[in-house]
Design a protein around this ligand. Structure first.
Ligand SMILES: [Zn+2]
Length: 140
């Protein structure tokens, strides 16, 4: 059985489609066991093409002598989480900003607004760690 090395450097990630919420939530429920590709596609609500897209972008997998692909559940879940960290803006709600220190979306409370060319910058303090957080919006 050959094992692909987990990618240490995940950039650049160029997935054709971002993860759906169902994919993210379902990945967290995977067990520390090996899954066939069809099981992964069904559980995570993705197509086989998307799964191969993930593999091209560093998803760890194993291939047996018959050419079947196997995916270890918790390695897959960890990969999904790490990829999501490279997409901080994706998880943001309209009233959230991304805190670089906490490495997650936090509520944008009482932001100060400042115009920066074509953008409006919302500046506030992270309610968890107190550092300054920014959020830019297009001015339209
Ligand atoms: Zn913070």
């Amino acid at each position: 059985m050959s094992v692909s090395e987990p990618a240490l450097d995940l950039t650049p990630i160029r997935l054709n489609r971002r993860f759906s919420q169902r994919t993210v939530v379902s990945s967290r429920g995977l067990l520390p066991t090996l899954y066939r590709s069809a099981e992964i596609c069904q559980k995570l609500d993705i197509t086989n093409g998307e799964l191969h897209d993930w593999m091209r972008n560093g998803l760890p997998y194993q291939q047996d002598a018959r050419g079947h692909l196997w995916f270890e559940g918790q390695s897959l879940a960890a990969w999904v989480e790490r990829v999501r960290e490279t997409w901080p803006r994706q998880a943001l709600q309209p009233n959230e900003a991304y805190c670089l220190r906490c490495r997650r979306a936090v509520p944008l409370a009482n932001p100060v607004q400042r115009r920066e060319g074509q953008h409006i910058l919302h500046i506030a303090q992270c309610p968890h760690c107190g550092c300054t957080i920014h959020r830019g919006d297009a001015d339209d």
